[in-house]
Design a protein around this ligand. Structure first.
Ligand SMILES: NC(=O)c1ccc[n+]([C@@H]2O[C@H](COP(=O)([O-])OP(=O)(O)OC[C@H]3O[C@@H](n4cnc5c(N)ncnc54)[C@H](O)[C@@H]3O)[C@@H](O)[C@H]2O)c1
Length: 318
């Protein structure tokens, strides 16, 4: 599994300096995860403004060199993050963005390709599974170099929702979702633990209800969280930016981690030619391995439904 990478420049390019891109830059700066961060946007003024705003706080909080740049800055990056594209409005689904954002992605990837020499490419823009697959196809990089945030944010929301239900801190809850970052996400209930104890066993011991209706409600709360935030404030950006820090840290600072992110499957669970989330080892070079764990029969059924849903959208862009 080790690929013999050495610590690079710890340089990150973020393409798309909107709410998501600039919040990622801000979060990476606060946590001192990168040495150099370049913000790129077709609205150069926007990138300049966001970079200047974040830079002004850096002397007190971080050491990263943060500036607005252009695609030539992607040449020596260890990580290129793509957050350019339209966000969904209230009432829209992520797949409603596909046509417009695949076109924007083509612009972005063509520009990156002119300068790309090395590094991982991380997709955030939606629909992230579709864009991850197309970026991977167009860039033609080795397996795992192109991946998407996928279900990492959904998994984080899932852990929060469960922790609130059992009345414990998120630190003791482990759980995740696989499949699509979207409507057909699949909670892997069979693996949820609280302090290392299977959640059903824990709930029975402390007399908290644990049944199908409770699971359905928690799953729905997780699935609808993005929609609820968009209804209330028109966008989501803090949650995803926090999740990206874990991935960037794994890549830039060689702190390998496991998370449910999206990457093109190469026969895992018998599936290929589509990008979806499964638990994956992430380190320098991106997704180093996708873990083929065993799920309950209904979890497999949900996963295969997600495969079909994402494939149906992908077919429009073949
Ligand atoms: N994966 C996730 O979990 C997740 C979470 C939140 C948002 N998102 C997605 O992230 C994307 C960005 O959201 P946002 O809130 O930052 O939107 P935003 O409108 O605030 O910003 C988008 C930015 O992209 C730029 N842009 C558009 N076309 C471009 C091009 N061709 N080249 C360079 N830059 C270009 C725009 O100028 C703008 O600054 C959306 O697609 C949204 O759905 C994903």
């Amino acid at each position: 599994m080790k690929r013999g990478y050495t610590l690079g420049n710890r340089k990150v390019a973020i393409i798309g300096a909107g709410f998501v891109g600039s919040t990622v830059a801000y979060a990476l700066s606060l946590r001192d995860i990168a040495r150099e961060i370049v913000l790129i946007d077709h609205n150069r003024d926007k990138a300049e403004g966001e970079a200047l705003d974040i830079r002004h706080g850096l002397p007190a909080l971080g050491t990263a060199d943060l500036y607005a740049g252009d695609y030539s800055d992607c040449g020596d990056c260890d990580l290129i993050i793509i957050a350019a594209g339209r966000k969904r409005a209230a009432g829209e689904s992520r797949t409603d963005l596909a046509g417009e954002n695949v076109r924007i992605l083509w612009d972005v990837v063509s520009s990156v390709q002119k300068y790309y020499t090395r590094g991982s490419v991380l997709l955030i823009s939606n629909p992230v599974d579709i864009l991850t697959y197309k970026a991977s196809e167009w860039l033609g990089l080795p397996n795992g170099h192109v991946f998407g945030t996928g279900c990492i944010l959904d998994s984080s929301r899932f852990v929060r929702v469960i922790a609130d239900y059992v009345g414990l801190s998120t630190g003791v809850v482990q759980g995740y979702l696989v499949g699509e970052h979207g409507e057909s996400q699949v909670p892997i209930w069979s693996r949820v633990t609280v302090g290392g104890i299977p959640i059903g066993e824990y709930c029975s011991e402390v007399c908290i209800a644990w049944n199908e209706a409770v699971r359905a409600e928690l799953a729905e709360r997780t699935r609808s969280m993005g929609t609820e935030i968009i209804r209330a404030k028109g966008k989501t950006h803090f949650g995803i930016a926090t999740c990206v820090c874990q991935l960037a840290d794994a890549i830039l600072n060689q702190r390998p981690t496991i998370a449910c992110v999206s990457s093109p499957l190469l026969g895992e669970h018998g599936v290929r030619d589509v990008a979806l989330s499964v638990p994956s080892v992430i380190g320098p070079g991106g997704v180093q391995q996708r873990i083929r764990e065993h799920w309950a029969p209904e979890e497999y059924r949900g996963f295969f439904d997600a495969v079909e849903n994402v494939r149906a959208v992908l077919r429009r862009f073949a």
